[in-house]
Ligand binder design. Structure first.
Ligand code: ARG
Ligand code: ZN
Length: 452
């Protein structure tokens, strides 16, 4: 059968060009070589050189397909070892294999590239992508920054496993998510070291990270035996990281068994970036975090990483849950109850930012990280809790991520799941009113009463 080109986007309502159609990535094997100016920049190519080996399966008969990549120079592309024609337009890298790929075939694309990766400015004015601070560089990818350092299918829907090998100059360390091969790599003749990190569980590309700098690395285990690897920028207070086992235990109690093979933190030099990110197994913090922030990013490991929003429109399923986790933590640790937090927020006037749009329908790219997604999203979950009661809500907190283990889910999946836990028709009807009033309608809901 005649193949056709894969789509240039994954049809995200808010980011139509993000991701690509026609194939499903299984594994990224990324070999990177970093030689920044200070340690003698190369004459050619720029400080970053990469080889991306991307194993994928065709989901249609393919004559061509796209990868997302911003900036950098592509020097060669092969598909299954044969040279492939390629072209660039904006952030789309189009690859035309010598032979068409039949639906269902596994194929390997190898992209050689080089250059100077940079940051990417988001609609809300924040920065992501390849960020440089006093102590080094860090790559952050929510929602689209991963395209600044490797070619890929950069939409949360296409999860894959990763092997990342990074060679850095003498004295530098390369830290990522997943499990390290060793924390003491042998230097080569120039003192350069190569760091290998494996993420064996499927990961959305926006959850990939790479921090390069003079980090202090430590490896330990929680009392229950989970490996912990922390990377702390020089001079940062890391005492709060002693709480990780507590926070993990509490989270596992609330949300079910921890879904990954290691955990930890990357604490940056302040000033590098203004926010934390739930990078899979190893959240990035913009400096020494509060316990509340650690709770938030830890909860994201279940809500955001284990079960990932299907589109960026569904982001409240990450942020609403992670915010609600903070409320629950406070409630369980002598702080305000979730009800008190809800009441305080409900008291904000109707013209406040909190009520400008409903959590399930952020109107534009600028709205992804706004209060209606985080706080009103958490308020919606609190209403669900009140309607279902403590036991059923506790079952929801463990059952929901497990139902979509290592996959994706959208708002309609969640509402159907919550309804399936309702004990009777009256509760189901009250939930339906909650979706309408709290999740989907703009403006402050008229009543703070659940189901009202
Ligand atoms: N998901 C992160 C968190 O809630 C926030 C990311 C903000 N990103 C941004 N580009 N503004 O922990
Ligand atoms: Zn968050």
């Amino acid at each position: 059968m005649q193949g056709t080109p894969g789509a240039a986007g994954a049809l995200d309502p808010l980011f139509p060009r993000l991701g690509n159609g026609g194939y499903d990535v299984r594994h990224y094997d990324l070999a990177l070589d970093w030689a920044p100016a200070r340690s003698g920049e190369r004459a050619e190519g720029g400080p970053l050189r990469g080889t991306a080996r991307i194993t994928a399966r065709a989901t249609q008969n393919l004559s061509a397909f796209n990868l997302d990549l911003k900036g950098l120079e592509v020097t060669s592309v092969t598909v299954d070892g044969r040279p492939a024609r390629h072209g660039r337009a904006g952030t789309e890298l189009t690859v035309r294999p010598e032979r068409e790929l039949d639906k269902g075939t596994a194929f390997r694309t190898t992209v050689e590239y080089a250059g100077r990766p940079g940051p990417l400015a988001d609609a809300d004015g924040s920065e992501e992508g390849w960020l440089t601070g006093d102590a080094g560089t860090v790559a952050l990818g929510e929602p689209s920054g991963s395209m600044t350092w490797f070619p890929g299918n950069h939409h949360p829907l296409d999860k894959a496993t990763y092997t990342l090998r990074v060679t850095v100059p003498k004295g530098q360390r390369a830290v990522s998510g997943g499990e390290p091969e060793t924390l003491e790599p042998e230097p080569d003749g120039d003192g350069r070291t190569t760091w290998t990190w494996r993420s064996r569980r499927p990961m959305a590309s926006f959850l990939a990270t790479l921090a390069i700098g003079r980090y202090e690395l430590s490896r330990s285990r929680t009392p229950s035996g989970l490996p912990v690897v922390n990377a702390v920028a020089p001079g940062q207070d890391a005492e709060v990281l002693d709480r990780l086992p507590d926070v993990l235990d509490w989270s596992a109690e609330r949300f079910g068994a921890y879904p990954f093979d290691s955990f930890g933190a990357i604490v940056l030099d302040p000033g590098t970036v203004g926010y934390a990110l739930e990078t899979q197994t190893r959240p990035v913090y913009p400096g020494s975090p509060s316990v509340g922030l650690v709770v938030h990013e830890t909860a994201h490991q279940w809500f955001g990483d284990f079960v990932t929003p299907r589109t960026w429109q569904d982001i409240w399923l990450s942020e609403g849950f992670a915010t609600y986790a903070e409320w629950l933590w406070e409630e369980d640790h002598d702080g305000p109850t979730a009800q008190e937090t809800f009441d305080r927020l409900y008291a904000t006037p109707g013209d406040a930012g909190l009520w400008t749009f409903p959590p399930a329908d952020p109107p534009d790219q600028n709205s992804l990280f706004a209060a209606p997604v985080y706080q009103r999203g958490a308020m919606t979950l609190h209403q669900v809790r009140r309607l279902l009661g403590e036991d059923r809500f506790a079952r929801l907190l463990t059952g929901w991520p497990k139902k979509h283990a290592y996959g994706n889910a959208r708002t309609a999946d969640f509402t159907a799941y919550a309804e399936s836990l309702a004990p009777d028709a009256g509760t189901r009807a009250a939930l339906t009113r909650t979706w309408a009033g709290w999740l989907r309608a703009a403006g402050k809901p008229d009543s703070a009463k659940p189901g009202g």
